[in-house]
Ligand binder design. Structure first.
Ligand SMILES: NC(=O)c1ccc[n+]([C@@H]2O[C@H](COP(=O)([O-])OP(=O)(O)OC[C@H]3O[C@@H](n4cnc5c(N)ncnc54)[C@H](O)[C@@H]3O)[C@@H](O)[C@H]2O)c1
Length: 301
């Protein structure tokens, strides 16, 4: 099945960073692009940059936390292009409010991260999947992270949401395969974007005194970042390289899209730790002799 040329994709958080890079790359492959974002200003720049290259683009201001916004996106996309074949649930937030020591984060930090990184994906799936089914199939990329491959110390809400997106995507891949829809979880390590400066798009709904500090223009410049995660992101891979990798991996039908192969040890270590704990259970005098029926994949239908 043709994945790109002549097809239409909706990319959330497509105004900059990873979402924009993938929009540009699949646009060059001949897709109609719908980019959505909470930031109207960066969205306008992105639209102009894509149009200037001859890419067909519709740019819509929309907040992934709001199911009604997703409905409007779907209606506008169908009105303009007639069908939807692709979805990239990319909008996400990270940085100070999303990870760090457990005692340092407010309920609002958790809610914001979960609302965008998890519920944004859920609403995207809920509203767009019926249209990809109606179109006879297509593809979905849910943006997780290497933080979706393992628990990390100080991982906080970011880790929680990315583990959730990775696990959900595995299930959705099985659930949607009969409809000709391939689902992949994109799991990059560090990519050079403004993810560590996500407070710039933190809505006021999360009335948290700590977060009301206004970010200066200098704070918003990735080049001025010098410590910790900010530094790792600044030295991350180019989003355009990641975008080409997404195309390559979709063509290969991968369920997980990896961009940093040298980190494969993270998941190997996780699975050997899990195996070891299963072995302990098998050797336990309490549960070692329990026999269970094979898990039925239709159990939750
Ligand atoms: N950059 C990295 O190192 C890295 C690594 C792994 C995973 N990721 C993931 O990649 C995805 C894209 O992030 P990025 O690195 O390009 O960051 P970015 O900050 O450059 O881009 C994120 C985009 O999402 C938008 N956004 C934020 N909240 C939104 C909301 N409520 N509704 C709609 N749009 C919203 C922002 O305006 C921005 O345009 C995220 O899910 C992130 O967690 C990033």
């Amino acid at each position: 099945m043709e994945l790109f040329s002549g097809k239409t994709v909706v990319i959330s958080g497509g105004a900059e960073g990873i979402g924009f890079a993938v929009a540009q790359a699949v646009g060059r492959e001949g897709m109609n692009i719908v980019i959505t974002d909470i930031s109207t200003e960066t969205l306008a720049h992105a639209q102009a940059k894509l149009s200037d290259q001859g890419i067909t683009v519709l740019a819509l201001t929309a907040d992934v936390r709001k199911e009604a916004d997703w409905q409007s996106v779907v209606e506008a996309t169908i009105a303009r292009f007639g069908a939807i074949h692709g979805l990239m649930n990319n909008a996400g937030v990270g940085g100070g409010g999303s990870s760090g020591p457990i005692e340092e984060h407010s309920a609002e930090d958790w809610r914001w991260t979960i609302d965008v990184n998890l519920m944004g994906v859920v609403f995207g799936m809920k509203t767009v999947v019926p249209h990809i089914k109606a179109a006879g199939g297509g593809w979905i990329v849910n943006v997780a992270s290497m933080a979706g491959m393992s628990g990390f110390p100080f991982g906080g809400a970011y880790n929680a949401t990315k583990l959730a997106v990775a696990g959900l995507s595995e299930g959705w891949a099985m659930e949607l395969a009969p409809f000709g829809i391939q689902v992949a979880a994109l799991c990059p390590a560090f990519v050079k974007t403004r993810i560590h400066l996500s407070d710039r798009v933190r809505p006021e709904d999360y009335g948290d005194a700590q977060r009301t500090l206004l970010l200066s223009e200098e704070d918003l410049d990735p080049e001025t970042a010098s410590t910790g995660i900010a530094n790792a992101v600044k030295n991350g891979i180019d989003p355009d390289v990641l975008a080409l990798r997404v195309i390559e991996s979709l063509q290969a039908g991968d369920i997980y899209i990896f961009t940093h192969p040298s980190y494969s040890g993270v998941s190997k270590q996780r699975y050997s730790m899990i195996d070891h704990c299963f072995d302990n259970a098998a050797n336990s005098p309490i549960v070692g002799n329990i026999e269970s029926a094979p898990l039925d994949p239709d159990l939750f239908k």
